[in-house]
Ligand binder design. Structure first.
Ligand SMILES: O=C(CO)[C@H](O)[C@H](O)COP(=O)(O)O
Ligand SMILES: [Mg+2]
Ligand SMILES: [Mg+2]
Length: 247
């Protein structure tokens, strides 16, 4: 079956989904809004492997949130990426002060737990923060994710050090059955698009209000910049079809 045939049979009735998958396959930016009942935030989202320093600058200047890379749950386990909360909880066994700050049940009002893993820099970076260096770290995270999922044994520590300036986000094992943050939503889209499931996400913030950019203003931004705007519920619906498809 040719690549096109596969994509043909995966056409969705929601044209927004088809446009988003096409954009992601082309390494282009899209927007994902999680939901009114969760964070109520819109992220700029782009495949990690495709990121250039101008994309990092775009997210830094126009979105302004934390530039993170969401990693597929299978690859996260292969790469031995820990949840930061688990790491701190373990460390708190020898440091009481850490035990007081570690994420506990009920701490987050919008979800059961965060998806933060470790924060890294690629070893070829100097300080790790310039756009050009963060882009390198991000692309290399995409590449090692692809390598790992291809069954090629990889050694994360050979290429990356922590702490660093790019926050890794570990997608929940059950993906959208378990959690519906932009971490899982972006990985679900990557799986549907047939691209490496390592996705850059960055929250869009509002310079005037000091809050997250509203859904309406985020949609306006998307229209001005030709970006596909997806809501979490659209992705959940399409992913349910995809997982049940015979393609
Ligand atoms: O907190 C975050 C990391 O900066 C953002 O909300 C990002 O969207 C990923 O987290 P989540 O999956 O919880 O939405
Ligand atoms: Mg968040
Ligand atoms: Mg989010």
């Amino acid at each position: 079956m040719s690549e096109n045939t596969v994509y043909e049979c995966l056409k969705y009735s929601n044209e927004n989904i088809n446009r988003a998958l096409e954009a992601l396959r082309a390494g282009k930016m899209i927007q994902i809004y999680d939901s009114d009942s969760r964070e109520g935030e819109t992220d700029l989202v782009i495949p990690a492997k495709a990121v250039t320093y101008t994309d990092v600058k775009w997210m830094r200047k126009d979105a302004g949130g934390l530039i993170c890379v969401a990693v597929d749950p299978v690859a996260s386990k292969q790469l031995k990426l820990p949840f930061m909360a688990d790491l701190v909880r373990e460390a708190s066994k020898t440091s009481a002060s850490l035990g007081e700050v570690v994420e506990k049940e009920g701490d987050l009002k919008y979800d059961a737990h965060s998806s933060f893993s470790i924060w890294v820099n690629h070893r070829d970076t100097r300080t790790g923060i310039p756009d050009i260096e963060r882009a390198l770290t991000i692309r290399k995270i995409g590449e090692i994710t692809e390598e790992s999922l291809s069954g090629n044994g990889v050694h994360f520590g050979n290429e990356f050090r922590t702490p660093g300036h790019v926050a890794l986000l570990r997608a929940a094992e059950g993906l959208l059955d378990e959690r519906m943050g932009q971490t899982e939503l972006s990985i679900a889209l990557a799986r549907m698009a047939g691209i490496t499931p390592a996705m850059v996400v960055c929250e869009m913030l509002d310079d005037d209000s000091g809050k997250a950019l509203s859904k309406e203003k985020s949609k306006d931004y998307g229209e001005e910049h030709g970006l596909v705007f997806l809501e979490g519920k659209e992705i959940v619906e399409a992913y349910t079809l995809w997982t049940g498809s015979e393609c």
